[in-house]
Design a protein around this ligand. Structure first.
Ligand code: IFM
Length: 443
């Protein structure tokens, strides 16, 4: 593969990404309090392989080795998340030992001249926050946490995102119930979505009250949903899937009310949204991160809880090209989704903050020949270059993920890393995809 000159590291930001719960492990060490994902993993039947994040990639104890790995692969930027559950104690006061871990991480990155790109919340909500995202108070606790991070680490963090993929916390967590906390209630998922966006706005306000030199934004995973047929019912289903995933989050970010279809679904619980909230959500942003993996195909709901949602998804099957997790490989979707968003909202500068594939190829003779991932990355990078060529203001690309890690409800069964992790020995083996990116970055 050759690199499009538009993506040359001299003018374009290249990074790799991880998140705290998925790699750190050390879940009870140095005063860390439990998160809703610790509790969720402990419930039988929630995680495919009955695993949890207690050890994961043991990154908490191996950060020097892992940062050395990032440097060896040639990345100059690293996206990670800070665990709220390490930084604060039960009474929301600062936990100095947890803070120290991130100071050590920032020291190691600085030593290798790697720029940190931090996310404050990547789903691991402190379990003691009563009611979680269903409680408006959680948004205010998030602002206190943002204030603490700004005060203690802010001088070393040039770019900070408040939330990662709030759709997942809201809808996978409170409607489908396949993510923590495992609730299945449509109206409550919309309450959670609203409180997440309120937290985003309050968090930005809190951070800016401490520092004004940080580039601040949010990371979303917008949806591209195509109808299963040209039947008006399927077209409407695809529209509703996109409203839930896109308008539900992007409208508040730009001070716009939710569309009527979402307001109907939140029903009586709409009273939890207070006057003035929209203005809080719509804080000015310096950037937006977009995560892209696949598209979906929607059809009219046939019954059950899909009726409340207004859509059902068609599971993609061969001969469609699929990654090992079963997601369609559809690179053109990246272009389509970014263009759709640019037509509808006045977006700030963009970063592709996650893109990658589950390719479960194992180690053979000391090497991992993950050709599917290599092709996936190559075809998606071509789309990024095309978007920039056509005027989109995309400033960087972060591959998901640096390491194979805890893939949420799939446990360790799906490998997204460009570096293989043997979870018995914690040995790291860069895969062919990592070596491909390393060559590109060095060229
Ligand atoms: O592993 C996740 C990550 O935590 C958030 N974005 C999608 C990835 C793959 O599912």
């Amino acid at each position: 593969m050759t690199l499009d000159p538009l993506l040359s590291p001299a003018r374009f930001e290249w990074g790799c990404a991880t998140s705290a719960f998925q790699i750190e492990g050390a879940s009870t060490v140095d005063g860390k309090v439990p998160s809703i994902w610790d509790s969720f993993c402990a419930q039988p039947g929630r995680i495919l392989d009955a695993s949890d994040g207690s050890v994961a990639c043991d990154h908490y104890h191996r950060l020097a080795e892992d940062v050395q790995l990032i440097a060896n692969l040639g990345f100059k930027h690293y996206r990670f998340s800070i665990a709220w559950t390490r930084i604060t104690r039960q009474d929301n006061s600062l936990n100095p030992a947890g803070l120290d871990f991130y100071k050590r991480l920032l020291d190691a990155l600085e030593k290798h001249q790697i720029t940190p790109n931090a996310t404050l919340f990547h789903w691991d909500l402190p379990a003691h926050l009563e009611g979680g995202w269903l409680n408006r108070d959680t948004a205010y606790r998030f602002a206190e946490y943002a204030d603490l991070v700004a005060r203690h680490l802010g001088d070393r963090l040039p770019r900070v995102a408040t939330l990662n993929e709030p759709w997942c916390s809201a809808f996978l967590g409170h409607d489908l119930g396949v993510f923590a906390p495992g609730v299945q209630d449509r109206a409550q998922s919309l309450v959670a979505a609203h409180h997440l966006m309120l937290a985003h706005g309050l968090g930005l306000q809190a951070w800016r009250a401490v520092r004004t030199d940080t580039s601040l934004g949010i990371v979303l995973n917008p949806e591209l949903s195509d109808p299963a047929s040209s039947r008006p019912e399927d077209v409407q289903a695809a529209r509703l899937a996109e409203l839930e995933r896109n308008d539900c989050f992007l409208n508040p970010l730009f001070g716009r009310e939710w569309p009527q279809e979402l307001l109907q679904q939140i029903d009586a619980l709409n009273a939890t949204r207070k006057e003035g909230d929209l203005a809080i959500c719509a804080q000015p942003m310096d950037f937006m991160g977009l995560n892209y993996y696949t598209r979906t195909i929607a059809q009219a709901p046939a019954g059950g809880r899909d009726v409340e949602r207004g859509y059902a998804f068609v599971t993609p099957t061969a001969p469609k090209p699929l990654t090992d997790i079963g997601w369609e490989i559809y690179p053109e979707g990246l272009t389509r989704v970014v263009q759709n968003l640019l037509h509808q909202w006045p977006l700030p500068a963009l970063w592709i903050t996650e893109n990658g594939a589950a390719d479960n190829t194992g180690v053979t003779d000391g090497a991992v020949n993950d050709t599917m991932r290599c092709d996936y990355l190559q075809t998606h990078l071509e789309q990024v270059a095309g978007l920039i060529r056509n005027g989109a203001d995309i400033r960087g690309y972060y591959v998901w993920s640096l390491l194979d890690n805890f893939e949420w409800a799939q446990g360790y069964s799906q490998r997204f890393g460009i570096v293989h992790v043997d979870f018995q020995t914690q040995k790291r083996t860069p895969k062919r995809s990592a070596l491909m990116l390393q060559r590109l970055l060095q060229a």
